[in-house]
Write a protein that binds this ligand. Structure first.
Ligand code: 13P
Length: 254
């Protein structure tokens, strides 16, 4: 069993309403008991729809669970951007973290350049950024995984940014919601590469926190737990159920 700090981060995507507060209670209840039995360091973050951030953070105070957002507009404060939310607005309603560069947002037009501006505005608001990178199946087949990841990082993180508050989430696009996951050896190489590239190119105290995302569930989590380079997980579908999310944590440390 590892004693390194591990992150279990849920990305609820378009899911949840006020009644979903019970999911957070259930995870919290489990976690309080879990912490009594296990001396392990970990952190739970739930990135929920913007409509729920204020409600959850006001209704529920937990030192174990933090609430995050899933995207923001690239402008810092206010402006004529109908339907958008700025990083400062999300921060004010209680978000501590924010997912940026998710492939689902990239597929709707988020470019590396736009993501760079979003990262800047989020960092300026002292939000912790969970920056998603990952290759398509075609890029993987063409052997371009490393060059794609390198470009995504270099084009979206400015050397001047305070990179200590940036987590990288490696999410191969072909793995999201498909049940397909990379092989252990592939993941080890990719994680070493991401950490090395990041440390070499950006202003940071140490190696970055690098998460894996894509079809993580309570069955395959044991396989991931054998890879020490992985600092945590960005979990989509399975984070929308307290049972599945709890089973992922339980099985990780089994
Ligand atoms: P799934 O876990 O549903 O594959 O989604 C992963 C994801 O997109 C997390 O950001």
């Amino acid at each position: 069993m590892t004693n390194k700090l591990k992150y279990f981060i849920g990305n609820w995507k378009v899911f949840g309403d006020f009644g979903s507060l019970k999911i957070i209670y259930q995870i919290h209840r489990f976690y309080v008991k879990f912490k009594k039995r296990h001396i392990v360091k970990n952190k739970i973050i739930l990135c929920v729809p913007s409509t729920l951030i204020y409600f959850f953070t006001k209704k529920f105070k937990s030192k174990f669970i933090s609430i995050g957002a899933q995207n923001c507009h690239h402008q810092k404060m206010y402006g004529s951007f109908t339907g958008s939310l700025s990083a400062s607005m999300l921060k004010k309603v209680g978000a501590k973290y924010i997912i940026l560069g998710h492939s689902e947002n990239r597929s709707e037009g988020d470019t590396n350049r736009l993501i760079k501006q979003k990262i800047k505005s989020a960092l300026d608001q002292k939000l912790n950024v969970i920056f998603c990178i990952g290759e398509t199946i075609a890029e993987k087949k063409e052997g371009k995984t490393f060059s794609v990841l390198k470009k995504q990082m270099r084009d979206s993180i400015d050397k001047k940014y305070n990179s200590n508050n940036i987590f990288i989430a490696y999410e191969p696009i072909w793995s999201i919601g498909t049940g397909k996951i990379p092989k252990v050896q592939e993941l080890k190489k990719i994680f070493k590469f991401i950490k090395g590239e990041f440390k070499k190119n950006f202003k940071t105290r140490s190696f970055p926190i690098v998460l894996y995302g894509g079809s993580v569930n309570d069955k395959n989590i044991r396989m991931f737990s054998s890879i020490s380079e992985i600092d945590g997980f960005l979990i989509g579908g399975a984070s929308q159920s307290s049972k599945k999310f709890i089973d992922i944590i339980k099985n990780y440390y089994r």
